[in-house]
Design a binder for this molecule. Structure first.
Ligand code: COA
Length: 261
């Protein structure tokens, strides 16, 4: 496994826990951290043994307090566009397109690029003291890592524009009420609850899960026909050994042992 300066990687029996480890900067995403995260996600997604990826932040204050403002404060128009283009391709779209399910465990501030990373993940669980927002317009810029697209998808256009245009922060309970996060738990139960969900996911057929993620994602991609994708993916599952194993196990009244093949 690669060595990382800004990340801690802990493989817990098929669940890869990635912790962003810059607590003194509230885990802000500088260039190095984005590149390392990109590499860590790629590595975990391509490892057959990894069935679920969990992303969290170190310390008890922040998940990620955004992109590192000190790195782009002096950028030109061209550099700004390149920053968003490269960041989306290298990290945010990579997370969204992972075939391994990605859960964001939001343990504090999830702001700007931090909330955008959580939104690129497939599921989000927040601690009850987490705060979320897209404060970019307060800096004279807009969300550039997919936030203007993924937020309305999760909470609707009106609520998304309220959050984006006000640059305000919302509490975890409110985020849950509007569908931005799946659930809220006390801070000390965040990782245990996330791991419990990861364990539950891990018991199921990995190729079927990958197809499910791709089918759901196809539904919100204007270039794709989600229903057509679902039919194709449904058929493809029948060609897997896992499908034979899952159906045989049910008929033989035993637990399935999926190999991811
Ligand atoms: N980029 C770069 N550095 C950041 C950062 C960011 N997005 N967010 C926090 N930091 C740094 C601070 O500069 C500070 O560093 P220093 O100790 O060297 O001065 C350190 O992290 C701690 O942050 P601080 O602001 O002192 O903590 P706080 O508890 O007073 O406030 C926040 C917490 C989250 C409200 C505040 O840090 C903040 O508003 N951050 C920026 C959020 C943002 O606009 N993100 C979107 C970026 S596009």
């Amino acid at each position: 496994m690669s060595h990382y300066h800004n990340l801690l990687i802990d493989d817990q029996d098929g669940i890869c826990l990635i912790t962003i480890n810059r607590p003194e900067k509230l885990n802000a995403l500088n260039k190095d951290t984005i590149q390392e995260l990109s590499r860590a996600i790629e590595e975990a997604d391509s490892a057959v043994s990894v069935r679920v990826i969990v992303i969290t932040g170190s310390g008890n204050k922040a998940f990620i307090a955004g992109a590192d403002i000190s790195e782009f404060a002096h950028f030109s128009q061209e550099q700004g566009q390149a920053l968003a283009t490269q960041g989306q391709a290298d990290l945010f779209d990579r997370v969204a397109n992972c075939s391994t399910p990605v859960i964001a465990a939001i343990n504090g501030y999830a702001l700007g690029g931090g909330l955008e990373l959580a939104m690129a993940a497939h599921m989000r669980i927040a601690s009850d003291d987490a705060k979320m927002g897209l404060p970019e317009v307060s800096l004279g810029v807009i969300p550039g890592y997919g936030g203007t697209q993924r937020l309305p998808e999760l909470v609707g256009k009106g609520r998304a524009l309220e959050l984006i245009c006000s640059a305000g922060m919302i509490e975890a309970q409110h985020a849950c009420a509007i569908g931005l996060v799946n659930s809220v738990v006390p801070a000390d139960e965040l990782l245990p609850t996330t791991m419990k969900l990861a364990q539950k996911i891990k018991r199921n057929a990995p190729i079927a899960i990958a197809h499910a993620i791709a089918s759901v994602s196809a539904g919100s991609d204007p270039k794709k026909d989600g229903y057509a994708h679902e039919k194709m993916a449904f058929g493809a599952c029948f060609a897997t050994a896992d499908f034979k194993e899952g159906t045989s196990a049910f008929l033989e009244k035993r637990k399935a042992n999926f190999k991811g093949a």
